[in-house]
Design a protein around this ligand. Structure first.
Ligand code: C2E
Ligand code: CA
Ligand code: CA
Length: 541
């Protein structure tokens, strides 16, 4: 990426960029643009890199430079008449307007050689350096900051710089649910949090959902990511965000701004693949990772699949009575060479490679059969996780399959609950299909509510019978008063809408009384039971 000073080349007004040596009243000419060459007859070769005295005269230039420097320090800009020397050595009067380029590079000043250019110049500098929605730096400007830091690091400055490339998780679906000005407000809130953590001069915004931060302070970055974990109130609803940050460190991950930026982007992509939500370092292991993904894909594609696969069932317990409410089917798979692999790793790969349809069908059929044999028609329910593609692929009629298999297993449709994550509903087709599933008598659960972003307003529009509070909401509910207040509102609203509420990932006894007090109906988590073979599932705990 070209440095920001290059942007002035295109301006129709004559521009000189001065590079001040702080303190001693001298400056060098950093660059000039074409319009300046045309207007004055100077050419870059004779000026660039030379002391300002060449242009301003050996005698008077210290005084002028000091005046400009003072003006910039106090007001951020300076204007006045200046005697300059023409290439032939004659004096000429110029009207100069001067502005600092950016706070990060206070030694660089842009000079417009035109008396009425002051306001225009400041505006232009703003425009090339500040992004209008968030007020953060533009991408060009922040890459320039990075290039500066790299240059200073090359000269021995410590600590070394690093760059973080931050991507808001699931922003596309969030965006589709909110009016534009609410999205802008949300972006501004995020920008403020970033500015609080690292200041205004080393963070940039890149449309539509990415931020760049140049820093040498890992703690500040962690602070930024933590800040994403709070609730954002926009457009009358509460939004929960997470972000994935890829981090590249000078000099190990790159020796130039461009190399570092590329590494940070790769780290973000790898982080997303690993589930996102957190800080991910760039390591030169991408090749190994790609190889692993390829082998997992081969394993899933293998005609022998589901060899190596089986289901476990995790009990859901009625909080008030300790009785079994139902079970959630969770897929387990052991790769022939790589060994056991978490569904959090292989399900996304199956989704990306369109293998999820076949896998999901096997899960549904197997779960319904096993469950039917153990529980039959009863008030105990079976939850099955469903990926969006299973509903989108028109060649597999997923609901017809589930309904007929449930019937064959001796179950009533309302015993079968399909778990869909909240984000899936932002796709209109999925939303419509979920409505059809609901209408056919199957239960619908909103899974992982509170993990990514969560809209209370959206809840009212979904055809769901159950709401599953993500582990991140259940965690700390005994200690965190704010979280407790959020959970209480969510539970109340879900009840008003006729949904039952399940708290997921509950690990500790002390979480149970507050969850009960807030009205949670069911609990699923290690506190009661881990995923287990169906035969071992107890009726009461
Ligand atoms: P999920 O649907 O949110 O499932 C709950 C996950 O939380 C399970 O992880 C479960 O083992 C884990 N868990 C339950 N209680 C606790 C607890 O108290 N503490 C902690 N730390 N974890 C707890 P698992 O089995 O690794 O599954 C991960 C994810 O993979 C699932 O998240 C689900 O999204 C996906 N998945 C699993 N099986 C299937 C499937 O058959 N189809 C699809 N599409 N996705 C599946
Ligand atoms: Ca689930
Ligand atoms: Ca879940």
């Amino acid at each position: 990426m070209p440095p920001i000073t290059d942007l002035f080349q295109r301006l129709p007004m004559g521009i000189v960029i001065l590079d001040f040596a702080p303190g001693d009243g001298t400056a060098r000419i950093h660059s000039i643009n074409q319009a300046f060459e045309v207007a004055t007859g100077w050419n870059a070769a004779r000026l660039v890199g030379h002391p300002a005295g060449v242009l301003l005269g050996e005698q008077g230039h210290h005084l002028v430079i000091r005046q400009i420097h003072q003006g910039l320090a106090t007001a951020g800009q300076w204007s006045g008449s200046v005697v300059v020397t023409t290439p032939s050595g004659q004096p000429a009067l110029h009207d100069w307007a001067v502005a600092t380029l950016s706070a990060e590079q206070p030694n660089l000043a842009v000079v417009a050689v035109q008396s009425n250019a002051g306001a225009q110049l400041v505006e232009f500098v703003q425009r090339v350096t500040r992004e209008p929605i968030t007020g953060l730096l533009t991408k060009t400007a922040v890459v320039d900051v990075l290039a500066q830091r790299v240059r200073r690091a090359d000269q021995g400055e410590r600590p070394y710089p690093m760059v973080a490339h931050i991507d808001i998780d699931r922003f596309a679906s969030l965006r589709s649910l909110m009016p534009n000005e609410a999205v802008d407000r949300l972006l501004r809130m995020i920008a403020e949090l970033i500015i609080q953590a690292v200041g205004p001069d080393c963070a940039g915004y890149v449309e539509p959902d990415r931020f760049l931060i140049v820093t040498n302070d890992l703690h500040a970055l962690e602070q930024v990511l933590d800040a994403f974990g709070r609730r954002f109130d926009v457009a009358g609803s509460s939004v929960y965000l997470t972000a994935t940050a890829g981090l590249a460190l000078y000099p190990g991950d790159g020796r130039t701004a461009d190399e570092l930026l590329r590494a940070a982007v790769v780290a973000t992509q790898d982080g997303k693949r690993a589930g996102g939500d957190g800080l991910f370092f760039y390591h030169e292991t991408s090749a190994a990772r790609i190889e692993r993904i390829r082998r997992i894909e081969d394993g899933l594609r293998d005609p022998n699949w589901p060899s190596g696969a089986h289901l476990l069932f995790q009990p859901k317990i009625i909080l008030a009575t300790g009785r079994l409410a139902g079970v959630e089917a969770l897929l387990r798979w052991s790769h022939p060479v790589l060994g056991p692999i978490s569904p959090s790793e292989f399900i996304p790969i199956a989704e990306q490679t369109r293998l999820i349809g076949r896998i999901g069908s096997w899960v549904a059929e197997t779960a319904l059969n096993q469950f039917g044999r153990r529980f039959g028609a009863s008030d105990i329910s079976l939850c099955i996780n469903v990926s969006p593609q299973q509903l989108l692929e028109s060649n597999t009629d997923f609901d017809a399959q589930v309904l007929s298999q449930a019937d064959a297993a001796g179950l009533v449709p309302s015993q079968v609950i399909l778990e869909l994550t909240e984000g899936m509903f932002s796709d209109r087709t999925v939303l419509a299909r979920a409505g059809q599933l609901r209408a056919s008598g199957l239960g619908i659960a909103i899974d992982d509510f509170g993990r990514e972003y969560s809209s209370l307003a959206l809840l009212t529009q979904l055809p769901a019978t159950k709401l599953k509070l993500d582990k991140s909401l259940s965690d700390g509910v005994a200690l965190d008063v704010r979280k407790a207040r959020v959970v209480r509102r969510v539970v109340d609203l879900a009840h008003d809408l006729g949904m039952r509420v399940v708290a997921e990932g509950v690990e500790h006894q002390d979480q149970l009384p507050p969850l009960a007090e807030m009205g949670c109906d069911e609990v699923q988590g290690y506190v009661f039971a881990r995923p287990m073979a169906l035969a071992e599932v107890p009726l009461v705990v």
